[in-house]
Each structure stands twice: as structure tokens, then as C-alpha cells.
Design a protein around this ligand. Structure first.
Ligand SMILES: Nc1nc2c(ncn2[C@@H]2O[C@H](COP(=O)(O)OP(=O)(O)OP(=O)(O)O)[C@@H](O)[C@H]2O)c(=O)[nH]1
Ligand SMILES: [Mg+2]
Length: 340
């Protein structure tokens, strides 16, 4: 049977990354299969270098359901790497990424595929329904911290990038994956940043996520949390206006010169204005504005810190506005001309 014929028949590819899920992967794969009854779907389960019976259990499931395809990564490379590996095998026009621990019920796969159709979307991201979020407090705190960091840094219209179910049009992954480099948990974010940069229509859909792991943190370790945070900063830099601009040494010199100028002007004006500010008439006002009620030993570092924070937040917002300007269409004016 020619390759093109088979491609026509497979509509959906469900890619399931699995790391040490041996105790339940067999039942979970069958449950995913059952939720897709009557659909032309393949389930590509990628064993990410597990050290337990995960691969054997996947093969056992593949024996009873012919549309289950086990793939093995020899070494543990991370969830992102597992999904990319699975995508290399995928033949469907719509691709679903679905966690193997069934924290999310399999019936959401069909639901999100329908949402993609109805909304005419290119990407549908499941997001934890916070109203029914019963995760342990430490996990809720972690994910709230991460969600707000992503909200501050990136201009994504998605409230939660890390939930374990997403649906894509094949084209989105074909364009995005070659530009990506994160292979562990932050890959979700990098993928959504790439998809939104390409201008694809991304919608979110609330899903119920039940907590299936033991302990307050589940399988999340501080090491992987820290690594995810570092990866997030790397994604931020790689997707930043600065990286696009790749300023030459000359441009960088003028940028530093600009900052120096602002700094010197600040000191100069402070010195010029301080005798004025200390005039009895303005004393009360300057007492409050310049925090003179706080001992200098504390006040000055606080002012410096406040200044640094203001610069940081302004740069983050500036980066977002500059990148947004990117996506703007040519308005037919001189400024809108871009080199062929
Ligand atoms: N933890 C972990 N999971 C991986 C890895 N590679 C693939 N996975 C799979 O990625 C999916 C998500 O991983 P989980 O460990 O469930 O991560 P999580 O849902 O954030 O954390 P939990 O709430 O503890 O389940 C699961 O299907 C894992 O089997 C890996 O290197 N580490
Ligand atoms: Mg999980």
C-alpha cells in the first residue's frame, strides 16, 4: 500500500511521552484507544529511556491494539525530545500531545479536536481549570509563579502553557520544531511562542486535571523546576527583540553610551535640584517623595533597587511592544517598507 494512501487514512496522531510509567501505561494506552473509537487515529507512545517496564507494557498494549506504536529513546532526553521523536513518526494531519499518566481524562482528546474544527484554530491548548484545581498547595504555588513569570515575559494569549494536552495542525509543528532547542519541560512554552510568532491561531480550552502522583510535589523535583526556569529565560532571550536585532558592536556602544548619558544626567540634575528641593517650602514634599523618613543606609540601596527594577520591567515591556510591531502589516508608509 503506497505511503500517500496510508497518510490519507490517518487523520489524527496522538503522541504520548512516557517515562517510568510501567505500572499503569498498559491500561492508560487502552483507555486512550477506547476514547478514539471509530476515528482514524494512531497512538505513538514514546518511551523516554525508562528504567522500569514501560517499554514492555507499551509493546503488550500494541499487541492488543494495532494502532498503538511504541517508540524507544535509549537515554532519557526529556518530554520535549520524546514528543519531537514521536512527531517524526506521525502521519496524521492533526497532532495531539497527551501525557501518559491520565491526569487529564482521554475524552478531552476528541473534545479538543472538535474545538480546533469549530474555532478554525491551528493550535488548541488545554489549560488547567483553576476553579476545579485540586493539586497540592506547593504545586499550585509553583505553577502560579510560573504562569505569572510567563505572563510578564511573553505576549502569549494563553493562561497556562504547561498542561499535558495540546492539539496542533501538522503544519504548525513542521514550521516550529526546526527553530526550537528546548527538550525538557519548557518546550511547551517554546512551541507556543514559535506558533504565536508565526501568527497561527491559538485557542485555549479548560480541562479538569486530577492529581495522580504521590506526595506534595509529585514527580516534580526542584532540579527540574530550576532547569525549567533557566530554559524559560533562554527562550526569552532567543525570542527577544535584542536577539533579532543582533546589534553590531557600534550599535551596542551607542546603547551603553545612552545609558551612561541617562545616568550622568540623573546625577547632575539631582545635584542641581537638591538645594532647591531642600528649600523649607518644599521640605515636606521632598521629605515624602525622596523617602527621607527612611534612614539613608536603607533608603539609598532601596532607591537603586527600585531604579533597576523599573529599568528591567520597562525593558521587558519594551521588548513586547517592539516584537508586536514586528507582526504589524505594512501601512504603506515610509516606515513600513521592509527590504525584499
Ligand atoms: N517526569 C518526566 N516525565 C517525562 C519525561 N519524559 C517524558 N515524560 C512524560 O511526560 C509527561 C509529563 O510528565 P509528568 O512527570 O507527569 O510531569 P507533571 O505532570 O508535570 O508532574 P506530575 O504532576 O508529577 O505528574 C508524562 O507522560 C511523563 O511520562 C522525563 O524525563 N521526566
Ligand atoms: Mg503528570
Amino acid at each position: 500500500m503506497a505511503k500517500s494512501q496510508t497518510r490519507k487514512t490517518i487523520h489524527h496522531s496522538i503522541i504520548v511521552p512516557a517515562y517510568n510509567e510501567g505500572s499503569h501505561i498498559y491500561d492508560n494506552l487502552l483507555a486512550i484507544c477506547d476514547s478514539l473509537k471509530g476515528r482514524y487515529a494512531e497512538i505513538i507512545v514514546v518511551d523516554d529511556g525508562s528504567t522500569d517496564a514501560t517499554l514492555a507494557e507499551c509493546k503488550r498494549a500494541a499487541k492488543v491494539r494495532r494502532n498503538i506504536k511504541p517508540v524507544r529513546l535509549q537515554n532519557n532526553e526529556g518530554k520535549g525530545a520524546s514528543l519531537f521523536r514521536g512527531f517524526a513518526e506521525a502521519r496524521g494531519e492533526s497532532i495531539v500531545f497527551f501525557d501518559s499518566d491520565l491526569e487529564i481524562a482521554p475524552h478531552y482528546i476528541v473534545k479538543l479536536l472538535a474545538v480546533m474544527q469549530e474555532a478554525g484554530a491551528d493550535v488548541v491548548a488545554g489549560v488547567k481549570d483553576q476553579a476545579i484545581n485540586r493539586f497540592p498547595a506547593p504545586r499550585r504555588l509553583m505553577s502560579a509563579l510560573y504562569r505569572n513569570t510567563v505572563k510578564l515575559l511573553f505576549d502569549l494569549r494563553i493562561t497556562d502553557t504547561q498542561t499535558g494536552i495540546k492539539v496542533f495542525k501538522r503544519e504548525v509543528l513542521e514550521n516550529a520544531i526546526p527553530r526550537m532547542s528546548v527538550s525538557r519541560f519548557a518546550f511547551d512554552l517554546e512551541l507556543l511562542v514559535a506558533a504565536s510568532r508565526f501568527g497561527y491561531k491559538i485557542v485555549e480550552y479548560p480541562v479538569e486535571v486530577s492529581y495522580v502522583r504521590k506526595g506534595g510535589m509529585g514527580r516534580m523535583k526542584f532540579g527540574s523546576l530550576f532547569a525549567t526556569f533557566i530554559d524559560t529565560l533562554k527562550i526569552y532571550f532567543r525570542a527577544s527583540f535584542w536577539r533579532w536585532l543582533e546589534p553590531s558592536a557600534g550599535t551596542q556602544f551607542w546603547m551603553i553610551f545612552f545609558v551612561l548619558g541617562v545616568f550622568l544626567a540623573g546625577i547632575g540634575f539631582a545635584k542641581i535640584l537638591s538645594p532647591v528641593i531642600l528649600q523649607p517650602a518644599l521640605d515636606k514634599v521632598s521629605y515624602i517623595i525622596f523617602l527621607r523618613f527612611i534612614p539613608a543606609a536603607i533608603r539609598d540601596p532601596m532607591l537603586a533597587l527600585a531604579g533597576v527594577l523599573i529599568v528591567l520591567v520597562s525593558l521587558i515591556q519594551l521588548n513586547k511592544s517592539l516584537l508586536k510591531a514586528f507582526a504589524r502589516k505594512d501601512r504603506g508608509d515610509l516606515a513600513g517598507i521592509l527590504r525584499k
